[in-house]
Write a protein that binds this ligand. Structure first.
Ligand code: NAD
Length: 358
């Protein structure tokens, strides 16, 4: 059956990088992939056209799609808008409206770019980690929350870390399934020695492991996980963790690679429907110049093929094509070594499409 893909270019460099992804999807369609492409408005672009960063039509389109590809949202011209009308509310609204609770953040370092990391090349070359972060629960959403005044007049801030067993099971199953598509080693990150919530987290992961005998489950406290990520990151295959721990660890892991223009991400629901986007923002400083790196967006398409469209071979072909263009020495400005020749957004996109057929 034809899979529907909704493309949301957004703001800043969004339209430029998404144009390259569209070209890639069209090439895959010409090669036999059964997909239909649709476009919609989000973020500042949607505010300009419709007065809201997530128009009802866009949410309806997203609900009907099998997968969504997003460029980026935001820009300085929207920063003075009241909060509910700001571009990022479009993103948050989509995540909530589609119940995208499983956030996949890979940290992949192509060996050709190992020099870009702040860590020694031998520690990070060939790095390929996936962090699965719970996205809709935990301390960022728990009630009660606030700042109150105590009897003695002192102020006290408080938040609540709460996870139901069903929420843990949901993210756990998502992580086990994803691990099955990779190296079959899953590390669950918690703070079970201090936090009761994550004791339940650990027990739940252990219970689930019985259903996935082909996956090796291990556990690590979050402080040790942070240390191991910078000490010996290649020991990890997939890590699964709570919303807040995942927020922090996934940014640290991303920075191991040193190149924000290379990293894709996905947010999935329980049925595997997903929204795919580069981890970087709308880069207003380079928007319209044709110099943005489209590879994070093209690798987001690869993730979409793997996790929502059940097309693992096509996903691997896209990733291989990206490796080939890096081997050919093509570099956008952000990943070029000092003095190295650079190519623009369109040239990089064209090269990946050409390498796909090679
Ligand atoms: P940013 O990621 O947009 O840019 C940070 C730096 O990285 C900039 O120097 C930029 O030029 C560079 N960069 C980013 N992507 C690049 C690419 N593909 N190729 C080459 N260089 C690239 O972060 P920021 O500057 O903090 O934020 C700019 C805007 O983006 C803000 O409005 C912010 O709210 C928004 N934002 C959106 C998202 C999203 O849509 N998911 C995420 C983060 C920030």
């Amino acid at each position: 059956m034809t899979k529907k893909i909704l493309i949301l270019p957004g703001d800043g460099i969004g339209p430029e990088i998404v144009a390259e992804a569209r070209k890639l999807l069209q090439a895959l369609r010409a090669g036999g992939l059964d997909i239909a492409l649709e476009e919609g408005l989000i973020g500042g672009a949607a505010y300009d056209a419709k007065g809201h960063p997530l128009p009802d039509e866009t949410l309806a389109q997203a609900q009907q799609a099998d997968a969504i590809l997003l460029g980026a949202v935001g820009g300085p011209q929207y920063e003075s808008l009241e909060r509910p009308l700001r571009p990022e509310q479009g993103l948050l609204g989509l995540r909530a409206g589609l119940k995208l609770f499983s956030n996949l953040r890979p940290a992949i370092l192509y060996p050709q770019l190992a020099g870009a990391s702040t860590l020694k090349p031998e520690v990070v070359a060939g790095l390929d980690i996936m962090i699965v972060r719970e996205l809709t629960g935990g301390i960022y959403f728990g009630q009660p929350r606030g700042v109150r005044e105590l009897d003695n007049g002192e102020k006290e801030g408080f938040n609540t870390l709460v996870y139901r067993e069903s929420e843990i099971e949901r993210i756990g199953r998502s992580a086990f399934e994803i691990t099955r598509l990779r190296g079959r080693r899953l590390c669950s990150v918690d703070k079970a020695n201090v936090l009761e919530v994550t004791e339940l987290w650990r027990q739940t992961m252990i219970r689930l492991a019985a259903d996935y005998p082909d996956v090796e489950l291990s556990h690590m406290y979050v402080d040790n996980a942070a240390m191991q990520l910078v000490r010996e990151p290649k020991q990890f295959d997939v890590m699964v963790t709570t919303n807040m721990f995942g927020d922090i660890l996934s940014d640290a892991a991303a920075m191991l690679t040193g190149s924000i223009g290379m990293l894709p991400s996905a947010s999935l629901d329980a049925a595997g429907k997903g929204m795919y986007e580069p981890i970087h923002g709308s880069a207003p400083d380079i928007a319209g110049q044709g110099v943005a790196n489209p590879l994070a967006t093209l690798l987001s398409v690869a993730m979409m093929l793997r996790y929502s469209l059940d097309q693992a071979a096509a996903a691997a072909a896209v990733e291989t094509a990206v490796g080939r263009v890096l081997d050919q020495g093509l570099r956008t400005r952000d990943i070029a070594a000092p003095g190295e020749a650079t190519v623009g957004t369109v040239e990089m996109g064209d090269a990946v499409v050409a390498a796909l057929g090679a």
